[in-house]
Design a protein around this ligand. Structure first.
Ligand code: FES
Length: 127
């Protein structure tokens, strides 16, 4: 799945999202965060589920289907929220900046079952 270039020669990663038994596809500018884009109602809106945008709720959890090797190593928030699911290919979309074509799935939305961390409890208790 080769990346497309715009007329200006800008790199445009192609994103494919599987959700609810359907597949949605579109291009995003390089170095995009899918949750930020959905938040300003650009593709992948309205197809991407997300919540806090800060790695604290796991509602943006997705399984990487293709091109996982182009993604950065999971950060501490992903490690804390996803634990063993990282090994199953799950990532937090809000923690990823996309620079290559990517195919993800939110068909198995078990993200909301993620266990709140101690840090979340402390954060929530503080307001
Ligand atoms: S949107 Fe809450 S963890 Fe990604």
């Amino acid at each position: 799945m080769p990346c497309e270039l715009t007329e200006k020669g800008d790199f445009m990663p192609n994103i494919k999202i599987h959700k609810g038994g359907e597949a949605f596809e579109g291009e995003v500018p390089a170095n995009s965060n899918l949750v930020v884009r959905a938040g300003i109602r650009q593709f992948p809106y309205p197809h991407l589920s997300y919540g806090c945008g800060m790695g604290k709720c796991a509602k943006c959890m997705c399984q990487i289907i293709d091109t996982a090797e182009s993604l950065p190593e999971p950060n501490w928030k992903e490690k804390k929220m996803l634990g063993p699911k990282l090994a199953e290919g799950y990532r937090l979309a809000c923690q990823l900046w996309i620079n290559d074509d990517l195919e993800i799935s939110q068909d198995s939305q078990q993200a909301v079952q993620a266990t709140p961390t101690t840090q979340q409890k402390v954060h929530n208790a503080g307001g």
